[in-house]
Design a protein around this ligand. Structure first.
Ligand code: ZN
Ligand code: ZN
Length: 387
């Protein structure tokens, strides 16, 4: 039997969107008009189309998932039977049936004793939500709109047109399975196959609901309010139970996962629960000390620069960082001082600085090794001499 998932490079349980995307990609890459009209290319392209025909149709896909090839001649007898016609004489079944019996014993539909319920849980879905840094600092509420499956409002998930209801499948008398006795060289074997008339459900829907084509659900858009917890980071996911796809035939809704992506902020970066920011200050403010009003996410706050602050020194504003995820309290805002040396001095400014240098005996900078405080060169020398 063809593995339609493998042909499109998909995994069982993939979404319809993934089927569509994989089909588009494969049909473009393997189109005979592009790769040449060789028999192998034509066959490959045929397989890709067959895979799409099965996987894009919920009914055919369901059959296939049960181990039945909906495209195989004769309504799906395992497909591509290599033993067809062999030993088909009266008196005992062909090898093909043995093959099929063994195959079915290991396939997904095996062991199915009763009818399969039509209703099933929907699939979980993932939506990405881009939020501002302030939303993760304080927590926030935001509306998320997304496409999903909704229970059909016309039939309420019953799949039946108004005034009609499902009828018992005449082929299997509502059991959903068909039992067959297969006589073979190995003796008589009993095999159970899902009923092909009702796809194993035991019932048929004589007049499907026109709104949902008998699936019990329709594509639609939903909007919900999402509480963004303080402290979330890019990649964090929030699970919203029962807000995902409605299941087929009135089955329960699955979960919605919201994955957060935090926008970059022009002034603040996050480090754990702390926020980091750079503050450019003139050299004179660093030397003399200053109080500088800055705009934080909490509004204007004073940054106190102590006299003699060095470039790269940090001023900590406690409790102005990011809210701690699932806990109380907030981290800190750490302001790094970016001390700017004045450029383009005019004559009188240059004179003032010269006088300052003269006052401090700094007209000629001290030789590196003579620094009493042990400058970077001194430390380097220590390292070299192994001290
Ligand atoms: Zn409906
Ligand atoms: Zn049936």
């Amino acid at each position: 039997m063809n593995d339609y998932y493998a042909i499109l490079g998909l995994a069982k349980g993939c979404s319809q969107d993934e089927v569509k995307a994989a089909y588009r990609k494969a049909s473009r890459a393997h189109h005979p008009d592009i790769v040449g009209h060789t028999p192998a290319a034509e066959e490959r392209f045929k397989q890709i189309n067959a895979a799409y025909e099965v996987l894009s149709d919920p009914k055919k896909r369901e059959m296939f998932d049960l181990g039945v090839d909906p495209l195989a001649p004769g309504g799906g007898r395992g497909g591509g039977d290599p033993f067809a016609g062999f030993g088909a004489g009266a008196g005992f079944a062909g090898f093909g049936d043995i093959f099929e019996a063994v195959f079915n014993a290991t396939s997904a539909g095996a062991g199915q004793r009763g009818p399969l319920p039509r209703a099933a849980r929907g699939r979980d879905q993932l939506e990405r939500l881009t939020i501002d840094l302030a939303d993760t600092v304080f927590g926030a509420t935001q509306t998320v709109s997304y496409n999903t499956y909704l229970t059909c409002s016309n039939c309420g998930g019953s799949c039946c047109a108004q005034g009609s209801e499902p009828v018992r499948c005449p082929a299997c008398q509502g059991r959903g399975v068909r039992e067959r006795l297969v006589r073979s060289l190995l003796g008589t074997m009993r095999t159970m196959d899902p009923c092909r008339q009702c796809q194993g459900h035991g019932t048929q829907i004589p007049s499907p609901c026109p709104e949902c084509s008998g699936s019990g659900r329709v594509r639609g858009r939903r909007s919900i309010e999402v509480d963004i917890p303080a402290g979330v980071e890019t990649g964090n996911r929030l699970r919203l139970t029962g807000e995902g796809e409605a299941g087929p035939a009135g089955g329960p809704a699955a979960d919605l996962y919201v994955e957060f992506s935090v926008r970059r902020h022009p002034d603040f970066t996050r480090e754990g629960d702390d926020l980091l920011a750079d503050l450019a200050i003139p050299m004179t403010a660093a030397a003399l000390g200053a109080t500088i009003l800055v705009e934080t996410l909490d509004g204007p706050r004073d940054v106190v620069v102590r006299p003699g602050s060095q470039p790269g020194a940090t001023v900590v504003l406690e409790g102005l960082g990011v809210g701690r995820l699932g806990q109380r309290g907030r981290g800190d805002l750490k302001v790094r001082l970016d001390v700017r040396v004045p450029q383009n001095l005019d004559d009188s400014q240059r004179e003032l600085l010269r006088r300052l240098a003269s006052e401090r005996g700094e007209e000629r900078p001290p030789a590196a090794t003579s620094s009493a405080a042990g400058g970077v060169f001194t430390r380097l020398k220590d390292k070299l001499s192994g001290r």
